[in-house]
Design a protein around this ligand. Structure first.
Ligand SMILES: Cc1cc2nc3c(=O)[nH]c(=O)nc-3n(C[C@H](O)[C@H](O)[C@H](O)COP(=O)(O)OP(=O)(O)OC[C@H]3O[C@@H](n4cnc5c(N)ncnc54)[C@H](O)[C@@H]3O)c2cc1C
Ligand code: FES
Length: 508
């Protein structure tokens, strides 16, 4: 049983002052392309395809910019921690260079779009640092610098970072950037809506691929199109079995006002445990620091608590901030061999396109993914088409960690069903507390809200039947297996699930 901690709104959402809403879809439509999901992948692809003259329909299950993109730290960088030395070992220098260049190109793509469309999202050029405070780790930073320079990236070793931290070694990437992701998506949506049909609160519930493809919404509308882009983060379709090829993980995230004199210039991430990543932002008129703590398994409350405790301590030690004003969590997917899956979902589905596995770096890689999918639809070559091929099957280079993650998922699938406490007629929950309990053989996710009202839904995830776990920060039920998230009344917050958790109406 756990206590609710804080507000569920991310800092970025709180900076949206004049948010525009779009209608929900209630009638059948035809288009060249249906894009499912209005995050960075979906909206970037929609904008590009409109420019190519395609007719495009975008379906968003909730509101534009309410999910992963707008809950991130929104660093726009090709510097993804210590990535490139390993990548050269895994795929060779030529292919590693393609990956690096696609991410560098994505930075420029975003910067151009922001300038051309006058998107008010506080885009700023920054140096991106990865650093260590451990003397023992300096060699790995030096090796990464050598690898990045070989690939042509704008990298250099640095003895310091633009933050109040005494580092032992750092690697700086020049001409990277950061922005306000909620405002970027709002601006991109406005651009897309000038040429495409954009619908909010319109969840795709069924996708049939073929010639043509058909997408059905929960409200019963059907869109017929030549191509479908499933840009729902974890694809909602079973094709390609991406739920088994990319594992979910979550992070604690906080924001807090930052003294204007604090020497925080670039963006930064450390290369040690516990891991922290941070940047500043002044898009709301006041300066804030936004920081991310260590990753934890989605839906595991105890680990969520630990991650927040470490992050709050880091904020205090580094910036002298006693407590954050905003707390939220966010999740992403780690691909089995370290590279994203982008393109045709499988060889059987040439018109069904997916993008997943950004491993915390989907602002650039997601933008690059949208460019690649656009090229596929336009029948043009793309340098990363083979490297990121979504239908590839490779040996598990990420090996043990990925397999261990799969075992954790399997544990949740079998479930702690037999060890759950019994659900009593009047569950023993204080306001703000939640617990998964058992009524005879049915696992029930129960939450008592601040007014004392009880919310009880089935704890069995509607995607593939794992048991959900409590996210006490966002007050949601999160599935450890493939990352679906549900609100306390069972409504889907995040896929791959498309159906709500069943309402629990029974009595003990
Ligand atoms: C803590 C954290 C920090 C991060 N920081 C960074 C960073 O600094 N830089 C970086 O490059 N990356 C970062 N990332 C990663 C990055 O945010 C993601 O990889 C990227 O935003 C994913 O974009 P997306 O478009 O795939 O997903 P989303 O932004 O989640 O978009 C998917 C959309 O699809 C919609 N959807 C889902 N199901 C349906 C359906 N059935 N019908 C219709 N719509 C549907 C959702 O509502 C959502 O709007 C971070 C990730 C985390 C977890
Ligand atoms: S997300 Fe797949 S079982 Fe829950």
């Amino acid at each position: 049983m756990t206590n609710h901690l804080n507000d569920r709104q991310s800092y970025w959402e709180s900076t949206l002052t004049d948010s525009v809403s779009y209608p929900s879809l209630s009638h059948d439509l035809q288009a060249d392309v249906v894009v499912i999901g209005a995050g960075i992948v979906g909206l970037t692809a929609a904008e590009l395809l409109c420019r190519e003259g395609k007719s495009v329909v975008v379906l968003e299950a909730l509101r534009v910019g309410s999910q992963v993109t707008a809950r991130s730290t929104a660093k726009i960088t090709s510097q993804h921690g210590l990535r490139y030395r390993q990548l050269i070992d895994d795929v060779g220098e030529d292919k590693a260079r393609l990956h690096a260049q696609a991410n560098e190109d994505a930075i420029e793509h975003i910067a151009r779009l922001v300038a051309d469309e006058a998107i008010d999202c506080a885009l700023e050029r920054k140096t991106a640092y990865v650093y260590t405070t451990n003397a023992a780790d300096t060699a790995s930073i030096e090796e990464e610098a050598a690898a990045a320079i070989r690939l042509g990236l704008p990298a250099r070793l640095s003895a310091e970072i633009e933050a109040p931290i005494a580092v032992k070694a750092a690697l700086a990437f020049e001409r990277q950037a950061q922005f306000n992701p909620a405002r970027y998506l709002a601006g991109l949506a406005a651009t897309v809506a000038k040429k495409a049909s954009l619908f909010e609160m319109s969840r795709a519930s069924e996708v049939q691929h073929g010639s043509p493809c058909r997408v059905r919404t929960g409200a019963g509308a059907t869109i017929t199109a030549a191509d479908v882009i499933v840009a729902t983060h974890q694809p909602i379709v079973p094709d390609g079995m991406f739920f088994a090829k990319a594992l979910p993980f979550s992070h604690s995230v906080v924001a807090a006002p930052l003294d204007p004199s604090c020497p925080l210039g670039g963006t930064a991430v450390n290369n040690q445990e516990p891991s922290f990543s941070f940047r500043d932002d002044a898009s709301s008129g006041q300066r804030y620091v936004i920081a991310v703590g260590p990753s934890f398994s989605t839906g595991v409350t105890r680990k969520e608590e630990q991650s927040f405790a470490q992050l709050v301590r880091f904020l205090q030690d580094t910036f002298g901030i006693p407590a954050p004003t905003h707390r939220w969590t966010n999740e992403d997917f780690s691909p089995m061999d370290g590279l994203p899956f982008v393109g045709r979902a499988s060889s059987d589905s040439p018109h069904l396109h997916v993008a997943i596995g950004f491993d915390s770096w989907g602002i650039t890689t997601g933008t690059a993914a949208a460019r690649l999918i656009t090229d596929l639809i336009m029948n043009r070559p793309n340098p990363c088409a083979e490297l990121w091929d979504a239908s590839r099957i490779r040996p598990l280079k990420g090996g043990p960690a990925f397999i261990q993650g799969g075992i954790e998922s399997a544990k949740h699938f079998i479930g702690d069903r037999f060890g759950l406490p019994r659900y009593k007629k009047e569950p023993d929950l204080e306001p703000g507390q939640a617990s998964v309990v058992r009524l005879q053989n049915d696992p029930v996710a129960a939450y008592r809200d601040d007014t004392g009202a009880l919310h009880a839904v089935s704890a069995v995830c509607t995607h593939m039947g794992c048991l959900v776990g409590w996210n006490q920060t966002d007050r949601s039920w999160d599935c450890p297996c493939h990352g679906s998230r549900f609100d306390v009344d069972g409504q889907v917050l995040h896929g791959p699930a498309t159906k709500p958790l069943k309402k629990f109406t029974g009595e003990a």
